[in-house]
Design a protein around this ligand. Structure first.
Ligand code: BJW
Ligand code: ZN
Length: 269
């Protein structure tokens, strides 16, 4: 039988004290205490859709207006949110470790930029960001924090399951300034490949780290879901911070159950 993961904080802190290269893999749960909804479980729906229905190239092709409503709503929501003590604990630990010639890196699945806002510098955003657009015609990528992102989406995107689809015509959705092509959010949808450079650099960090933290992710979406189990299989300690057990828990050495805004600052202080 497998050993149960330990929840001994003193033992974890000893491992952390001696680690030279720490990778923190984060998911939606780290932003939950900032007020950003997670994807799975209660509250994970926008209207009657979950992420797997609407965060796809097929959904965008079929109804770009609906998908833009979804992202427009989430951009506005996130613009009103701030990093919480878990994001800040990681950013502060990165600075402290750097002063001691050690390294902490965050690999996030989140697209909310709250790690950046907290001051994290060593950051890989696996699934892109809410605040960049990409042209579907010329491929140009641009930062964009406009609210609303275009006049036709002003006041649209209500998450209410009874809200009516705005059916904005394509010509009035966000368009490219260079070529007038239709813009899309610069995020990674189901069935799409991750940016190969981001993926390669993240993989290098994972291959050389001597401690891995898995924070606020259900560990069901690939390829991120296999990162921590791979590190663990190398014999490197992995510590999970989550409000519940996940499919990965059994393979990790440590599991700290509870909101990571409370558990992580204690672990990394
Ligand atoms: C707290 C907390 C608190 C709450 N404190 N904790 C291999 C096998 C099977 C399938 C595949 C495979 N390889 C690829 C696939 C297909 C697919 C996939 O993984 N599907 C699975 C669902 C099975 N993957 C892909 O398509 C990926 N592309 C790819 O691999 O390309 C090559 C390829 C394609 C197809 C076939 C084979 C190869 C791309 C995935 C892109 C995911 N995109 C999304 C949307 C991004 C844009 C957007 O946000 O709109 O990314 S989906 C969504 O899920 C989002 C998230 O980043 C991602 C992960 O979710 P996360 O962060 O784990 O959130 P939750 O909600 O699931 O969990 C929150 C956790 O927090 C929970 O555990 C809570 O308990 C916890 N929690 N409060 C601590 N306070
Ligand atoms: Zn263009």
């Amino acid at each position: 039988m497998r050993k149960q993961p330990s929840s001994d904080m003193a033992a974890f802190r000893e491992v952390f004290k001696n680690a030279k290269h720490v990778v923190a893999l984060t998911g939606a749960g780290i932003s939950a205490e900032s007020g950003v909804p997670t994807f799975r479980g209660a509250g994970g729906f926008w209207r009657r859709y979950n992420a797997q229905d609407i965060a796809t190239p097929g959904a965008f092709l079929a109804n770009p207006s609906l998908v833009w409503e979804f992202y427009s709503y989430r951009r506005d929501l996130v613009l009103s949110k701030k990093p919480n003590p878990a994001h800040i604990a990681l950013a502060e630990a990165e600075k402290r470790l750097a002063d001691d010639d050690r390294r902490l890196v965050v690999i996030t699945q989140n697209i909310d930029e709250l790690h950046k806002d907290a001051g994290t510098k060593n950051l890989y955003e696996l699934h892109g960001t809410l605040f960049k657009t990409r042209c579907t015609k010329c491929g140009s990528i641009n930062e964009n924090r406009d609210s609303p992102i275009c006049p036709a989406l002003a006041g649209k995107g209500s998450p209410d399951p009874d809200a009516e689809d705005a059916r904005v015509v394509e010509g009035e959705l966000p368009r490219c300034k260079k070529c007038t092509g239709l813009l899309r959010p610069h995020v990674v949808w189901f069935g799409e490949s991750l940016d190969p450079d981001v993926l390669m650099n993240a993989q290098k960090e994972l291959d050389s780290c001597d401690l891995c933290l898995v924070i606020g992710t259900s560990s069901v979406v690939y390829p991120a879901a296999m990162f921590a189990p791979e590190v663990s299989a190398r014999g490197v300690p992995v510590a999970e911070f989550n409000i519940e057990s996940t499919s990965g828990t059994e393979t990790f050495g440590f599991h700290f159950e509870g909101p990571c805004g409370s558990t992580l600052p204690k672990a990394l202080h």
